[in-house]
Design a protein around this ligand. Structure first.
Ligand code: MN
Length: 205
């Protein structure tokens, strides 16, 4: 099996300015995201060695490290796709109707996701997810990359709230960063994911 790879961005580093600086995007993608990709591959190699050597004494740490790095890779891959220099609009059609039904209004949805990303304790994410069992949309506050989520939920839109996501440009003002990121959120991408998820089609990050 081929190792996990860092996917290229669909836009230039400077494409999201002034809302997201070129240097911050470069570091975030090339260094931070890449570290999660490398972490997944390294952990899978260690698990393979552990199986081959019939020594699973480190399994607890390895499984935790795998979940952390894989989830970091998945969420960053999704985050870059959720963003676009052509973003900033409101959704329409089925997604807009579903946001109204699940949250009351687009503004109420936006406020809840903004608050979730801005207030997550420590490192984490705010996420809009489709929950297939109850066929509902949820907003979740993800701890690190993998904690505090309902099993089976499909993330459709995520906002990175780790300090590495904003500190270079926004310093300690996380709420200002979250407010600004809405200007580059691409609801065309979110709507496509929503359509796939509600049809039961596997949604790849
Ligand atoms: Mn990040």
């Amino acid at each position: 099996m081929k190792p996990y790879e860092l996917p290229p961005l669909d836009y230039d580093y400077a494409a999201l300015e002034p809302h997201y600086s070129a240097r911050m995007l470069e570091l975030h993608h090339d260094k931070h995201h890449k570290a999660y990709v490398d972490g997944v591959n390294t952990t899978l190699e260690k698990l393979a060695s552990a199986r081959a050597g019939d020594d699973l004494s480190a399994i607890v740490g390895l499984e935790k490290t795998l979940a952390f790095n894989l989830s970091g890779h998945v969420l960053h891959t999704l985050f870059w796709k959720n963003l676009s220099p052509h973003g900033g609009d409101r959704p329409d059609g089925d997604l807009a109707a579903a946001l109204d039904e699940n949250f009351g209004s687009f503004d109420a949805f936006k406020n809840q996701l903004t608050q979730s990303a801005a207030t997550v304790q420590g490192s984490g994410w705010g996420a809009l997810s489709w929950e297939p069992l109850g066929e509902r949309l949820f907003i979740e506050q993800i701890y690190d990359h993998q904690g505090n989520v309902g099993q089976g939920g499909v993330p459709l839109l995520v906002i990175d709230a780790w300090e590495h996501a904003y500190y270079l440009q926004y310093e300690n003002r996380r709420p200002d960063y979250v407010k600004a990121i809405w200007n580059v959120i691409d609801f065309t991408d979110v709507a496509r994911r929503f359509a796939d998820a509600t049809r039961g089609v596997l949604v790849k990050p």
